[in-house]
Design a protein around this ligand. Structure first.
Ligand code: SF4
Length: 219
């Protein structure tokens, strides 16, 4: 693994590449954001936005989701993956919001994680984006980038990746860094075809060097 100092230097380079990184899930309030994040599991933000454009005009409150059958909701979201499970979780989430939180999305990690379908990542995103609390959610992009750059070990789990990043990055930058690492993973260090040949981190990146050596062998 690289030192914390080197890790922060690399994150600074990424920050310079994507200074305006932000949440790309379309939403107007914490409730819509929570539903959008829940829908985004193993699906692109673009697909979720396409879906929620219509979904959020039909369903505006937890009561709206509970007023239909689960089958109807499944039908309304069936163009994205895992729709049956997601519909079930959305209904459970809405029930908990009404039963325990007066229909409002709570603003603490503990309360958020008590909701159906809301894990650590979703809670972190909601805390950060909806409530402006320093938070560093680890999604597939953040995890991949952190491991490729040697900020974390390949065998680290998501919680360990989050803990390491929080040690390296100053707290006031956690939320922004989350979005910058996502943009870096989504638009530059892509899962299947990272842009190593034009990457400013190539000299420090073991994964990039490994890929380069493999290409040379093939040539
Ligand atoms: Fe990703 Fe390649 Fe850059 Fe490494 S060199 S961070 S693998 S794009």
């Amino acid at each position: 693994m690289v030192s914390n100092k080197k890790a922060l230097e690399m994150i600074d380079v990424i920050a310079d590449m994507f200074p305006d990184a932000h949440c790309e899930l379309t939403h107007d309030n914490p409730f819509e954001l929570t539903i959008a994040v829940l829908l985004s599991a193993q699906t692109t933000d673009r697909s979720v936005n396409k879906l929620t454009k219509h979904l959020f005009s039909k369903y505006k409150t937890p009561e709206d989701y509970l007023a239909v059958s689960q089958e109807e909701l499944e039908n309304d979201i069936k163009q994205i993956g895992l729709y049956r499970n997601k519909a079930k979780n959305i209904m459970k989430l809405c029930r908990s919001l009404l039963d325990k939180f007066d229909g409002q999305v709570p603003s603490t990690h503990k309360e958020l994680e008590s909701l159906a379908g809301v894990g650590r990542k979703t809670a972190n995103v909601v805390m950060s984006v909806a409530f402006n609390e320093p938070s560093l959610a680890v999604d597939t992009h953040v995890e991949r980038v952190s491991k490729r750059l040697g900020i974390c070990r390949w065998k680290d789990n998501v919680g360990q990746v989050e803990d390491k990043l929080k040690k390296v990055v100053p707290k006031e930058r956690w939320s922004k860094t989350h979005h910058q690492l996502i943009f870096f993973g989504r638009y530059h260090c892509l899962a299947r075809s990272p842009k190593c040949e034009v990457c400013p981190l190539f000299d420090d990146c073991r994964e990039g060097q490994k890929r380069y050596r493999a290409q040379l062998k093939e040539a």
